[in-house]
Ligand binder design. Structure first.
Ligand SMILES: *Cc1c(COP(=O)(O)O)cnc(C)c1O
Length: 440
C-alpha cells in the first residue's frame, strides 16, 4: 500500500518537474544537457533528499537530529572523504556549497594567523594577504570582501599555458608582499578549475606554503571526485599536504544538490574560529553529552542534514560505484575531446591537451573555416557562440555553456557530468552544433 502510494507520488513529482522543465525547455536530466558541473538525477540520493525534507529538521543539536547526529552520519561520510584525502585525523563540516566552504577555509586560515581578529577585528593589524590562481573560482576571491581583507589583498597568481598555477610566480608574489611588510596567510590551490578543468601542482605549492608558514587550502569542489577513481586519482597528487580541502559530492559524484564538504587537517580550529556558545541552543548542562551538539562550529544556525544523502548514496554504491560513474563520465569526456580534435576545420581546441571533464573548444561556422585565426576571425568567432547558444535554447535540443576567458574570444565548455550520457549523445551533440551553427 505504502509502496504504491510512494510510487504514485514519485510519478506525480517527476511529472511536475517535467512540466517545470518543459516550460523553459530545460531538461536537466537529459543527456544532451552538457551545460553544468552538476547534472542528471541520481535516484538514491534523490530518495534521501525527500526523506530529509520530510523530517524537516536541523543539524545543530543532538536533541532534534538524534539519528543524523548519533548515527554519526556526518562524521561517517566526512571520514570516508577524509580517508580518500589521506587523513585519519581531521575536522570537517558539510555546508550548502563549495563557495561557503572556501569561505570557511579563509576564515580558519585567518584565525590561525591572527586569532585576535575574532575579538578585535582587523583594525590596526598587519595587512593580511592571500594568494589565489587567476583561474580560481570567484568564491575564492569573495572572502576578501566578506572577511574585511579587501579584494586588493587577494593576489592573483599567474597560470601556465594549461591553466595550472605557476609556482615561481607564487613564490615571487609572496616575497613581494613580505618585502612590503604585509602578512601572507593563505594560498588556495585549485583541483579542477571551473572553466579549463586544470589541476594546480599541489605538492610544489605546499613546499612554498610551508617555507613561508602559510595555510594551504585546496579547492577541489569540482576536481575532488577524482579521489574516488583509481584511474584518475593521480591528477590530485599531494592533496594530503593541504591544511583544508573543499570537495563537492554534488558535482561529478552526482549527489543531489546540495552536498559539499569542508575537510580540515587540524582539529578544533573550526570551532575556535566560529563558536558563539549561544545559551538558548547549546546549553552546557543538558541531560546528554553536549559534544554531540556540533552546530556551533558552523556559521549557520539551521543546517540541512545533507550528510544523509551522501550516507545513503555510499550505502548503495560504495566507493567503487561512485568511482565507476566518475570513470564513465571521464571516459566520455575523453571521447568528446578526441571527436573534437578529429574535426580541425569545425572545431579549434582551446588547450593543446585538455583536462578532466572540461572540453573547451571554439566552434567554427562554414564561412570562417580555413581562414587564419587573426583578429577579425577572433572577433567573428566571439559573436558566434551567443548566437548558437540562442539557437540551442530555442530548439531545446542541446545545451552547452560558453564564456570568454582572459581576453580569448567566447569558447564552448562542454561537461559530461551525467552518467546517463552515452557515446551516441556526444555524436549527437557534435552533429547538432553543426546543424544549428554551420550557416552562422
Ligand atoms: C563549483 C565550484 C565552486 C563552488 O561550489 P558551489 O557548490 O557551487 O558553491 C568552487 N570552486 C570550484 C573550483 C568550482 O568548480
Amino acid at each position: 500500500m505504502l509502496r504504491h502510494r510512494l510510487e504514485d507520488l514519485t510519478v506525480e513529482i517527476l511529472k511536475l518537474q517535467t512540466t517545470i522543465s518543459f516550460f523553459y525547455k530545460l531538461k536537466y536530466r537529459h543527456p544532451h544537457y552538457l551545460n553544468q558541473l552538476s547534472s542528471g538525477v541520481d535516484i538514491v540520493t534523490l530518495a534521501a533528499d525527500w526523506i530529509i525534507s520530510t523530517c524537516n529538521t536541523n543539524m545543530f543539536t543532538y536533541e532534534i537530529a538524534p539519528v543524523f547526529v548519533l548515527k554519526k552520519m556526518e562524521e561517517e561520510v566526512l571520514n570516508k572523504l577524509a580517508i580518500q584525502v589521506g587523513w585519519h585525523s581531521f575536522d570537517g563540516i558539510l555546508s550548502p556549497g563549495g563557495s561557503i566552504n572556501n569561505l570557511y577555509a579563509c576564515m580558519i586560515a585567518r584565525h590561525r594567523t591572527m586569532p585576535c581578529a575574532k575579538e578585535l577585528g582587523l583594525f590596526g593589524q598587519q595587512r593580511l594577504v592571500m594568494f589565489v590562481s587567476e583561474d580560481a573560482h570567484y568564491s575564492n576571491m569573495r572572502p576578501g570582501i566578506i572577511l574585511g581583507i579587501g579584494l586588493n589583498n587577494v593576489v592573483a597568481v599567474k597560470v601556465d599555458k594549461r591553466g595550472a598555477m605557476c609556482v615561481d610566480d607564487l613564490q615571487n608574489r609572496i616575497e613581494e608582499a613580505k618585502a612590503k611588510g604585509w602578512k601572507p596567510f593563505l594560498v588556495i590551490a585549485t583541483a579542477g578549475t571551473t572553466v579549463l578543468g586544470a589541476f594546480d601542482p599541489i605538492a610544489a605549492i605546499s613546499k612554498v606554503a610551508q617555507e613561508h608558514d602559510i595555510w594551504l587550502h585546496v579547492d577541489a569542489a569540482w576536481g575532488g571526485a577524482v579521489m574516488v577513481s583509481e584511474t584518475h586519482r593521480n591528477l590530485i597528487e599531494g592533496v594530503h599536504l593541504a591544511d583544508s580541502v573543499t570537495w563537492n559530492p554534488h558535482k561529478l559524484m552526482g549527489v543531489i544538490l546540495q552536498c559539499s564538504a569542508l575537510l580540515v587537517r587540524h582539529k578544533g580550529l573550526l570551532s575556535a574560529c566560529n563558536n558563539m556558545s549561544a545559551e538558548y541552543l547549546f546549553q552546557p548542562d543538558k541531560h546528554y553529552d553536549v559534544r554531540y551538539d556540533t552546530g556551533d562550529k558552523t556559521i549557520q544556525c539551521g543546517r540541512r542534514p545533507d550528510a544523509f544523502k551522501l550516507w545513503l548514496g555510499w550505502r548503495a554504491k560504495g566507493i567503487s560505484g561512485f568511482g565507476q560513474s566518475v570513470d564513465k563520465c571521464l571516459a566520455l569526456s575523453e571521447y568528446f575531446e578526441a571527436e573534437v580534435r578529429k574535426r580541425p576545420d569545425m572545431f579549434v581546441p582551446v588547450l593543446e591537451k585538455g583536462w578532466y571533464a572540461n572540453i573547451c573548444f571554439w566552434y567554427v561556422p562554414k564561412r570562417l573555416r580555413c581562414r587564419p585565426h587573426d583578429t577579425i576571425w577572433k572577433a567573428e568567432i566571439h559573436k558566434v557562440a551567443p548566437l548558437l547558444k540562442e539557437k540551442m535554447m530555442f530548439e531545446g535540443t542541446l545545451m552547452i555553456t560558453f564564456q570568454p576567458h582572459k581576453g580569448m574570444p567566447n569558447f564552448w565548455r562542454a561537461i559530461v557530468s551525467n552518467p546517463a550520457v552515452r557515446k551516441e549523445d556526444i555524436d549527437y551533440a557534435i552533429a547538432e552544433m553543426d546543424r544549428l551553427g554551420a550557416q552562422l
